[in-house]
Design a protein around this ligand. Structure first.
Ligand code: PA5
Length: 435
């Protein structure tokens, strides 16, 4: 049950010789990425899955999650970007099992959004988990405030027992935990937000949702072992990284991740952040976008098939969706009788194959086969894409682990809001630990 990759009929854009020569050229990069380079040492805590998703940690996250699951109806995850996307990707695709519903907050500044979150919590037993590496990010900061007020009103001073903070050691958030008695979980100092799927950031909320996080870790480990073992000519990761960069050089400046299972929407958002924030710098990089098919075929499908030829597509091909719904004839002459007795899943597959055939005539298409919608496969996918991202950014010639560009708008916003930078520096809890 391993994921695999295939370039569909790519010969008119990329010859097998070009790919092979790219693979040869960057073979040494693969070896460097396998074990991580010294210059990125402080950002590679995800590379060895054991470090934050080894058995000891998994047992710890599970135990903490079991305590929450004993009493909670709702678990609010307050975080943005790398601090919530991975957990949300898995929970949205697989779904919660058991008593706890996950609610997502701290990822917006909209008054309407926070109001509707608070509305949803009324009459429920609520626990919250604020996740922030750099506890200066505005969205989780104000989301946490709003939730604290709500919790204080509901539970009085006892509310602190229902608050878990995932933050950097030495951060202001850790200080708040000590002063107020919130439970503290470490946000790994050696992993940047978007690479934290396989750490307490991603795994603890998943465990609260009833996701089998040991299977996620197992899938990631399997992928790690495979990527370590594969030589350059066998490496799926190197091939994908090389193809992306070759297509970029040929003027395909956007990569679209397309899928026919809408429950991969949040996964696609995670993927988009991973590549966009890691590669889009120094005036370079592929713009990542996604196609939520078949719905988006009826909107952006026109542009894809007939517009500027700047996009190439990577399809997620989910082999076993685990779902079935047969379309029965109900004796209404609706002209859809050619579909009588067919499964939605079968019809979806026909749409998928037809789309690949049509799109691959216009631009390069790749297919990543995803064996099933399950934990082990998500573990493989997270690790695979993180590894490819590091490798691909290296080929592109950018640092995958920083994000200087996201600071620009913040300076204007903080200025407009009257943020006192001096006070933050004086407290000694500056932006050094995060972004
Ligand atoms: O990948 C990153 O570092 C960012 O996307 C962060 O995850 C995001 O900005 C949230 O940051 P923080 O956890 O510090 O609030």
């Amino acid at each position: 049950k391993e994921i695999s990759m295939e370039l569909i009929d790519g010969s008119s854009w990329l010859s097998p010789e070009e790919i092979a020569s790219g693979v040869e050229e960057y073979a040494s990069y693969l070896e460097e990425v396998k074990y991580g380079e010294e210059q990125y040492e402080e950002n590679l805590g995800w590379l060895d899955v054991e470090e934050w998703a080894g058995e000891k940690w998994i047992t710890y996250y599970q135990k903490l999650a079991a305590d929450v699951r004993k009493n909670a109806d709702v678990f609010v995850v307050i975080g943005i970007g790398g601090s919530n996307q991975a957990a949300r990707a898995v929970v949205d695709a697989i779904g919660e099992t058991g008593p706890v519903t996950i609610v997502w907050a701290g990822n917006s500044i909209s008054a309407d959004s926070i109001r509707s979150v608070l509305q949803e919590l009324k009459g429920k037993s609520v626990y919250i988990n604020v996740i922030a590496k750099n506890f200066e990010t505005l969205e989780p900061g104000i989301g946490f405030r709003a939730l604290r007020s709500f919790m204080k009103k509901e539970y009085g001073e006892e509310y602190v027992k229902r608050v878990i903070c995932t933050g950097s050691e030495g951060s202001h958030l850790e200080k708040l935990c000590k002063v107020n008695g919130f439970h503290f979980l470490p946000f790994p100092a050696n992993i940047g937000g978007r690479f934290t799927a396989l750490s307490p950031v991603g795994l603890f909320p998943m465990a609260v949702a009833g996701i089998d996080i040991s299977a996620i870790a197992k899938g990631a480990q399997l992928m790690r072992q495979r990527l370590l073992k594969e030589s350059a000519s066998e490496s799926m990761a190197l091939e994908y990284a090389v193809i992306r960069n070759l297509l970029y050089q040929k003027g395909f400046s956007m990569e679209m991740l397309s899928y026919f299972e809408p429950r991969y929407f949040r996964f696609a958002k995670w993927w988009m952040q991973l590549f966009g924030e890691s590669e889009g710098k120094d005036n370079k990089g592929l713009y990542p976008l996604f196609g939520n098919f078949s719905e988006d075929l009826h909107s952006i499908g026109q542009f894809l098939q007939d517009g500027s030829n700047v996009i190439f597509e990577t399809f997620l091909d989910v082999q076993d969706t685990g779902a079935s719904y047969i379309l029965h004839n109900d004796n209404v002459d609706d002209l859809f009788d050619y579909l009588d007795g067919k499964d939605f899943d079968e019809i979806n597959r026909a749409a998928f194959e037809a789309t690949i055939t049509a799109h691959s005539k216009k631009f390069p298409c790749m297919k990543i086969s995803v064996p099933a919608v399950d934990e082990e496969t998500f573990g493989q996918l997270f690790y695979f894409f993180e590894f490819v991202c590091y490798l691909s950014a290296k080929i592109l010639g950018v640092n995958p682990f920083d994000q200087p560009g996201v600071e620009a708008y913040k300076q204007y916003m903080f200025q407009a809001l009257g943020k006192n930078e001096n006070k933050i520096q004086a407290n000694g809890y500056g932006a050094a630990v995060g972004d």
